[in-house]
Design a protein around this ligand. Structure first.
Ligand code: NDP
Length: 403
């Protein structure tokens, strides 16, 4: 019996619920709970209709530890999958510790009033999870998540020493809206308006937001302008693979997206500082989120594909070697399978795989707090091929992004 409790019923939560239901031999009982229960009910009805599986639904404010504890005590899951927002990571980890429940998420903690994310807050739970005999798996989406599994796989099978890592993330899709973000708008805009950062020669190099960019030639897509961003998996990858001399993260943005973002930034709409409006305190970015399309509404008629991968250069048997591993995913295929767009899909499928491995593979169930690159990548790579995210690789061939 593997009961799972999924928290968060947005774009990603919906995919996780669908994919867990499609693997009901592992996930024998599923509850989807979120702040707004009607969203969970809608997803549950879709799952019943599409896959013939009944899941339970619930209501919870995951900011309040006692509410999650009470829900867990009623449902008694083995594992809680947090696909709400990064703001809830710590309260949900506390609820797991209080009830003896394993934990996983797809994005690292970030305080609501400071646009800053780093692993220190969650790594600080290491001893408490270990002592309780519980596991917390952090950042198990695509990036973070699969990008770390890809890197661990490259390290295990292809290199004696990895030196240069570039994670390259392209969304060449078209949702037909003037401006929308593919995952939670508040979290997305906080991420990309921060200064960029990458790792070089043992230290972080900080750059103004979106100031380094160039076209990268993505497989089956072609060249797309890509920007250096700071992304959370860089922090754990350089810690766990200390031979890396440089590690960067690149993401594509279209001109229309950037123009909208610049205007919104220039007029103060991306600020997280509360302002007074008609006597009320409102946060401009939260207001902006309320008027933008929700990520889970973009799937229908979304065309094109995503391509996310890791290109690595290093040494194997004394020779220089290059390696590139990636997945391409079509928005329309995701919609057909689980009514989602590819950004939610490429996050939700790895979250389900991580949960499946924790519940079925002893190598993936260890007390303590873990990042994805610290675990055996092989069973994860196998499941990516089975569960809808097949990957491809090239060895010693021209790389999409030349050094
Ligand atoms: P959405 O905004 O679509 O969904 C978020 C969900 O969380 C909503 O259902 C929301 O409820 C719920 N929620 C928010 N606050 C609370 C709360 N206090 N208690 C209970 N539920 C709450 O976001 P996405 O689905 O796009 O993203 C989900 C997560 O996935 C985010 O953390 C994001 O950073 C992460 N992500 C990770 C990626 C990766 O590759 N690793 C890529 C993309 C996303 P309500 O509807 O009531 O607002």
């Amino acid at each position: 019996m593997s009961k799972v409790l999924i928290i968060g019923a947005g774009g990603v939560g919906s995919v996780v619920a669908h994919k867990c239901a499609m693997n009901s031999q592992v996930f024998t009982e599923i509850m989807l709970a979120s702040r707004t229960q009607s969203k969970c009910d809608k997803i549950a009805a879709e799952i019943k209709e599409m896959h013939g599986v009944t899941i339970q639904t619930g209501q919870v404010d995951a900011d309040v530890v006692a509410e999650t504890v009470s829900l867990i005590e009623k449902f008694r899951p083995v594992l809680l999958i947090n696909v709400a927002l990064p703001y809830q990571d710590l309260t949900l980890m506390e609820a797991c510790l209080a009830t003896g429940t394993h934990y996983m998420d797809t994005a690292n903690y970030e305080p609501k009033d400071v646009a800053k994310f780093e692993y220190s807050w969650q790594w600080a739970y290491q001893e408490r999870f270990k002592e309780a005999g519980l596991m917390a798996l952090l950042g198990c989406g695509f990036d973070p998540g699969v990008t770390q599994v890809f890197t661990a796989y490259a390290n295990k099978h292809h290199f004696d020493e990895m030196h240069y890592l570039d994670i390259i993330d392209c969304n060449a899709g078209d949702h037909g809206k003037a401006f929308a973000t593919n995952f939670n708008p508040e979290i997305n805009i906080r991420e990309i308006t921060q200064p960029g950062r990458y790792w070089e020669n043992g230290q972080w190099v900080e750059i103004p937001a979106m100031s380094i960019h160039k076209p990268i030639d993505y497989p089956n897509i072609g060249p797309k302008e890509s920007y250096v961003l700071y992304h959370e998996e860089l922090e754990s990858l350089v810690k766990h693979f200390p031979t890396l001399k440089r590690a960067r993260f690149w993401m594509t943005f279209g001109q229309q997206y950037i123009t909208h973002l610049n205007v919104l930034e220039n007029v103060g709409m991306t600020s997280i500082k509360p302002i007074k409006f008609q006597g009320m305190d409102i946060v401009p970015l939260e207001f902006l989120k309320a008027v933008l399309p929700a990520p889970d509404s973009l799937g229908e008629n979304y065309s094109g594909q995503t391509s996310i991968g890791c290109q690595i250069k290093g040494i194997s048997s004394g020779e220089e070697k290059t390696y590139y591993v990636w997945n391409n995913c079509h928005h329309a295929d995701c919609y057909k399978e689980v009514r989602a767009q590819a950004v939610s899909y490429t996050t939700g499928v790895p979250a389900m795989i991580g949960a499946m491995l924790m519940l079925t593979n002893p190598e993936w169930m260890k007390p303590g707090v873990w990042n994805c690159e610290q675990l055996n990548p092989d069973p994860f790579m196998e499941q990516l091929n089975v569960q809808g995210l097949p990957w491809q690789e090239t060895v010693n061939e021209a790389l999409p992004h030349e050094y």
